[in-house]
Design a protein around this ligand. Structure first.
Ligand code: 5RP
Length: 231
């Protein structure tokens, strides 16, 4: 089974949790896009859901494939969000934001009664942090914000480069008009402490640590999909 087939397997297994009439948060990234394609097939055969996309990219794909959408302001309480992740541990703590949509993803997941993560086995780790932690920051004062991040990281024993994510010749800009700093911390033994410290820095709009948000993950591997619930 290649990487794409595993993403499809995870998406297929998660689709079973989507019920007719649901208000559904729809994630961002290549795994979430496989989910959108499968969802669109169900919608075409008469299944009714209303989706709330977590990015402009996901919104475009949904519109192209005929998945009905509303904004989160029109539908501020959702039944379920299905989204990918860059890393997850056995306690269902996640790193997200590789696709740059972490702020909207976190807002949508927070507005949902449940969040199910779809991923392949390569995303499951013992300790978060091999994937660079995306931190969304306001462009104003970005250098001061980066210094503040370095200081809180150092207090927690975390070091490593923190770089502005690039896109083409300039910086990557999120849907909300912010920058992403990618922090190469390596292992993050106390993700809760880091999340709390980052939340307290004014220039940090949001960070990619999703803690206590996912209730289940569907993990696809060569043998098929398995469910992971928080231990
Ligand atoms: C986007 C995300 C994605 O869910 C994450 O990057 C995983 O993407 P993929 O399924 O392409 O590996 O957080 O901001």
């Amino acid at each position: 089974m290649d990487a794409r087939q595993m993403k499809i397997k995870a998406a297929e297994a998660a689709l079973e949790y989507v019920e007719n009439g649901m208000r559904l948060g729809i994630g961002t990234g290549s795994t979430a896009e496989e989910f959108v394609r499968l969802l669109a097939e169900k919608v075409a055969s008469g299944f009714k859901i209303t989706g709330v996309p977590t990015s402009e990219r996901t919104a475009r794909l949904c519109l192209e494939l005929g998945v009905p959408l509303k904004s989160l302001d029109e539908l501020p309480e959702l039944d379920l969000t299905i989204d990918g992740a860059d890393e997850l541990d056995e306690k269902l703590r996640l790193i997200k934001g590789g696709g740059g949509a972490l702020l909207r993803e976190k807002i949508v997941a927070s507005a949902s009664a449940r969040m199910i993560v779809i991923a392949d086995e390569s995303k499951v780790v013992d300790v978060l942090g091999a994937f660079k932690l995306p931190i969304e920051v306001n462009p104003f004062g970005q250098v001061a914000t980066r210094l503040a991040i370095e200081k809180v990281a150092a207090r927690l024993g975390l070091t490593g480069d923190i770089v502005v994510r690039a896109a083409g010749d300039g910086p990557f800009m999120t849907d909300g008009g912010h920058l992403i700093l990618d922090a190469s911390f390596g292992r993050i033994p106390d993700a809760e402490a880091l999340a709390a410290e980052l939340n307290a820095i004014p220039g940090v709009v949001e960070h990619g640590l999703f803690i206590g948000m996912a209730s289940m993950a569907v993990i696809a591997g060569p043998q098929g999909a398995r469910k992971l619930t928080a231990s």
